[in-house]
Design a protein around this ligand. Structure first.
Ligand code: AMP
Ligand code: MG
Length: 338
């Protein structure tokens, strides 16, 4: 389902200036009808996602904010370290390790989880990076990538459809024409994605994640959201499960938005045995000693699981058709803008 490229939208210097002043003077920008419309749409998205996941037997859990460990695989971004009763804790960069803990309690959970990542200052102008953002993070025990992607198809459909139905005035105000996605989103493999990009002149490392600029380009070729599957194990964190039948590939996927909006979700099946995780940690260069409770928990045993996290501000940005993501956070923190 690859289509002709859609013309690329650029972030104008005016928009870049708006980011600075919009963020610094948020108490003013938040008063505008435009800001209100975006936040109302965001509220509708959250409601629709909650309603859908609740109907599928999920339980919402409150997400951690800080802890002794968090997701290390955040590609070039820094982690915030804070003193905590004589120990150094970190702000959550994602709740992956904690979702695996939750699996020991209940087989389907979701959270609206806060993440802080010190992205490089240059990502201020990508239009899609915040330094503080929320993921709708979900996890299911004893399931596969296929099932999780099918759930993602429905979730996205429900979110977009409910905004389409309930937020007509807001969409009109934002000048956004929203198309409903198909019920089953197209899927391409990582290798196929690289092939499309190679034809476009991108010479990419087949062992690394696709850089955001190439992803942006790829997403211009599609007119619906789409999945990329079968990432190389070298491009993913230690918690992704290596495919037994295809060594070198992890059972993982990303969901990309069309029109240049790019990645909105990453997920996959998880390594859940202590042997599997420590072997993967040796490959990724992570030290098992630093993961205290996580390794102890794996030794006691947790169920296999799969899941994904969707960036809420990125989803809002796409649904509302907003050039820069800062407008999709009520209290935006943008990389490089203290
Ligand atoms: P990751 O763990 O890097 O795959 O991130 C999972 C999801 O969180 C991404 O697909 C995005 O939707 C969202 N996300 C990651 N980093 C950022 C960021 N800096 N700003 C906004 N959303 C982000
Ligand atoms: Mg990702």
């Amino acid at each position: 389902m690859v289509l002709e490229p859609i013309p690329r939208r650029r972030l104008s210097s005016e928009v870049a200036k708006d980011v600075e002043s919009g963020v610094r003077f948020r108490y003013r920008s938040i008063r505008t009808p435009r800001a209100r419309a975006i936040l109302q749409v965001q509220h509708q998205i959250s409601r629709a996602c909650r309603r859908f996941l609740d109907s599928k037997g999920f339980m919402e859990v409150l997400a951690p904010i800080i802890g002794p460990v968090t997701d290390p695989g955040i590609r070039g971004a820094g982690t915030v370290v804070v003193p905590f009763y004589g120990k150094m804790y970190v702000l959550m960069t994602s709740m992956i390790l904690y979702k695996q803990m939750a699996m020991a309690s209940y087989p389907r959970v979701y959270s609206f989880s806060p993440n802080v990542r010190l992205e490089p200052s240059a990502s201020k102008s990508t239009g899609r990076h915040l330094a503080e953002f929320y993921q709708l993070d979900l996890e299911m025990a004893n399931t596969s990538c296929d099932e999780v992607m099918a759930l993602g198809d429905r979730l996205l459909y429900e979110a977009i459809n409910s905004v389409h139905k309930e937020c007509k005035t807001q969409l009109e105000q934002l000048g956004r024409t929203l198309h409903l996605p198909p019920r089953h989103l197209p899927r391409i493999t990582f290798t196929e994605a690289l092939k499309i990009l190679a034809d476009e002149g991108f010479d990419l490392d087949p062992k690394a994640e696709i850089p955001w600029i190439a992803e942006h380009h790829l997403s211009l070729f599609f007119n619906t959201p789409f999945w990329i599957t079968d990432y190389p194990y070298t491009s993913r964190g230690f918690f992704y499960l290596v495919d037994d039948d295809r060594p070198g590939v992890v059972r993982s996927m990303d969901l990309l938005l069309p029109e240049g909006y790019g990645e909105i979700s990453s997920g996959g099946e998880r390594e859940y045995t202590v042997e599997g995780v420590t072997r993967r940690m040796r490959e990724t260069g992570d030290d098992p000693q630093k993961y205290g409770w996580y390794i102890d928990m794996l030794e006691e045993g947790i169920p296999p699981s799969a899941g994904f996290g969707i960036g809420m501000e990125r989803l809002t940005r796409y649904i509302c058709g907003i050039p820069h993501i800062w407008e999709c956070s009520p209290f935006p923190k943008v990389p490089g803008i203290p």
